[in-house]
Design a protein around this ligand. Structure first.
Ligand SMILES: CC(C)(COP(=O)(O)OP(=O)(O)OC[C@H]1O[C@@H](n2cnc3c(N)ncnc32)[C@H](O)[C@@H]1OP(=O)(O)O)[C@@H](O)C(=O)NCCC(=O)NCCS
Length: 162
């Protein structure tokens, strides 16, 4: 994957059959995401059942496989405001290989194909990689930073879909 430019990384939609593997990736990545408060990291480690419930509520889980194994994922839902993305998670073994970038490109493409006026997401204030991705893909701050969880400041960003 590291040799591929982001536009050539294949992003697919996962199904309920993938819930166990997605849960394993969450349980691998989130304990190490020390920029986030411990209670939030714990909350991000969804069980397979939580993922299945999410899918039934209308969340789409998208991501990529390497050698058949899920190495990156995020979830998105269509709302009255646009396409909302969250929970982006990349395996430590695949970092800085363009996987998150490929997911942002597909995020916007999916929104365009489904008539969503914008893509939007919350970014942890001070999370260097994600703030860099916002700048790289032309997102702009939407509103003021706010506490998404106690002691955890996030900024919502949006990008109009044209
Ligand atoms: C944030 C995260 C999704 C980024 O994934 P990734 O696949 O490594 O990102 P990419 O390879 O697409 O890199 C995107 C850009 O950010 C830069 N970047 C990545 N990690 C970085 C870091 N720790 N510090 C500074 N820049 C970084 C890359 O150099 C790249 O820049 P470029 O495209 O201009 O060359 C990943 O680190 C992760 O899963 N972290 C833990 C969970 C998390 O914080 N999720 C965010 C939830 S909103």
């Amino acid at each position: 994957m590291a040799e591929l430019p982001p536009e050539e990384i294949r992003i697919v939609e996962f199904t309920e059959d993938d819930a166990e593997e997605i849960s394993q990736l969450f349980r691998q990545v989130w304990p190490l995401a020390k920029e986030y408060p411990p209670h939030w990291r714990k909350k991000r480690m969804y069980t397979p059942q939580q993922i299945i419930e999410d899918m039934r509520l209308g969340y789409h889980y998208f991501g990529s496989r390497l050698g058949g194994k899920i190495v990156g994922v995020y979830k998105a839902i269509i709302t009255d405001k646009g396409l909302f993305g969250e929970h982006q998670t990349v395996s430590p073994s695949c970092r800085v290989s363009g996987l998150a970038s490929a997911m942002y490109m597909q995020f916007e493409q999916y929104a365009r194909e489904h008539g969503c006026p914008r893509v939007y997401c919350n970014i942890l204030v001070g999370q260097t990689a994600s703030e860099h991705l916002m700048q790289k893909f032309g997102f702009r701050p939407w509103g003021e930073p706010y506490e998404q969880a106690p002691g955890m400041l996030v900024q919502m960003y949006e990008k109009p879909v044209v």
